[in-house]
Write a protein that binds this ligand. Structure first.
Ligand SMILES: Nc1nc2c(ncn2[C@@H]2O[C@H](COP(=O)(O)OP(=O)(O)OP(=O)(O)O)[C@@H](O)[C@H]2O)c(=O)[nH]1
Ligand SMILES: [Mg+2]
Length: 384
């Protein structure tokens, strides 16, 4: 009897584990269905009301997990249109369904794999299923079905900076040192299992957001480890911050030990294989754990190569050799744990981001000027 109860308890525990939603959800599939059109009234030529539509609306304080919790069936349906009747010949339109989703979501149609929309800013909306037309003489007064779509909501974090590194490099330790975030830190790999955002605050109230991502591993682009699925989150960041351990990294006895320079090339290669356009983003390289013995000598040995990766690329083993190389805006040796040079990191981040803002403004200015010039050419007086 005791044995039976124990095994039943175990089974229940396992079942609970299976249906328990993940702590962090960055993708969710749902079905959306527009309302059915109301029926018309042949006797009086009455027209049925149109079915309601399903809209998505971006809201800042919202998560996919919450959305799932509120809609466990994952079926979102708008109301049907009203049938035409003697009192109301033109039936009322069915109520729309507005679904709140987090900002930073790409909406994909599962059947066609096409992107239906991207909702990045608060209050942006997107129509995902329209309602069916109300019945009228052309349709024998029978209302039509609403649009049904299976869609995927794919969330990509929107942060200014993405922290990229192998496990144990000290990403979370750095985030804790420079921001308000309190991530979990431990001496084993893959401590961070979900992205976390920290906010850097400056004395002029400027805020810059940093996303701490789970550690990458070699061949992450082949979907090995967890890093790959999180690499999508750097797509929307403005600045990449690579971080390596000055003493190199070895995932396990089965894996090859790589020194810190090899790790930089390897990270470069993983980014390239995931999406080479990521390499066009500006980047900063942080060399961490400089408090450990012998670190300064190692840093001096590699410094020139960090600043110009083309110098040693030929000597790097082919499996981690990238084709397109990163060019770092800054290379900063730090000790995240001992808070050495972390203020400098914060300042340099600000510097680079301000510079990016300036370049962006100049870009916009020159585009506006160019447009004005073209307009003048079109409508201004012609010199003959
Ligand atoms: N000596 C020294 N140890 C550090 C430093 N920074 C981090 N560590 C240690 O390195 C280990 C890993 O740190 P984490 O911040 O968890 O590393 P991570 O890159 O976030 O690792 P994952 O989340 O597993 O990818 C911890 O034991 C930290 O205390 C440093 O500057 N010096
Ligand atoms: Mg971590």
């Amino acid at each position: 009897m005791v044995l039976l109860t124990n095994s039943l308890l175990k089974l229940e525990k396992r079942a609970r584990k299976i249906i328990k939603p993940k702590k962090f959800l960055d993708t969710l599939q749902i079905t959306v269905k527009g309302g059915h059109g109301g029926n018309g009234m042949p006797k009086y030529g009455g027209i049925g009301g149109q079915g309601g539509a399903v809209y998505l609306k971006a809201v800042e304080k919202c998560s996919l997990k919450e959305l799932w919790r509120k809609n466990p069936s994952k079926m979102i349906e708008a109301r049907s249109g009203e049938d035409s009747n003697k009192m109301r010949l033109v039936g009322r339109r069915g109520a729309d369904q507005e679904l709140e989703i987090p900002c930073g979501v790409t909406v994909i149609d599962n059947d066609t794999s096409q992107i239906i929309g991207e909702l990045n800013k608060e209050d942006e909306t997107c129509l995902v299923a329209s309602g069916g037309a109300g019945g009228c003489s052309g349709s024998s007064f029978i209302g039509t079905k609403g649009n049904v779509r299976n869609i995927t909501l794919d969330l990509k974090i929107i942060a200014d900076i993405g922290l990229v590194g192998f496990p144990n490099a000290g990403k979370s330790t750095l985030l804790k040192a420079i921001s308000n975030a309190r991530p979990k830190i431990a001496s084993y790999p893959f401590t961070t299992i979900m992205p976390q955002i920290g906010v850097l605050e400056y004395s002029d109230y400027r805020q810059i957001t940093v996303a701490d991502l789970p550690g990458l591993i070699e061949n992450a682009h082949k979907n090995i480890g967890m890093g790959h699925q999180f690499l999508k989150h750097v797509e929307r960041t403005r600045l990449l911050m690579l971080i390596v351990d000055i003493n190199g990294f070895q995932l396990s006895q089965k894996h090859q030990r790589r020194n810190c320079l090899e790790n930089v090339y390897s990270l470069n290669k993983e980014l390239e294989l995931y999406d080479s356009t990521l390499l066009e983003k500006p980047s900063i390289l942080l060399i961490n754990k400089m408090d450990l013995d012998g670190s300064i000598d190692k840093f001096i040995e590699y410094e020139n190569y960090f600043n110009d990766l083309s110098l040693a690329v030929e000597e790097i083993s082919e499996d981690i050799r990238p084709e397109k190389l990163l060019k770092f805006e800054r290379v900063i040796p730090i000790s995240a744990k001992m808070y050495q040079e972390v203020d400098k990191v914060k300042e340099e981040i600000r510097d680079v981001i301000d510079e990016l803002d300036r370049r962006n403004d100049e870009d916009i200015d020159s585009k506006v000027n160019e447009k004005l010039r073209k307009k003048l050419m079109e409508h201004g007086p012609k010199m003959v």
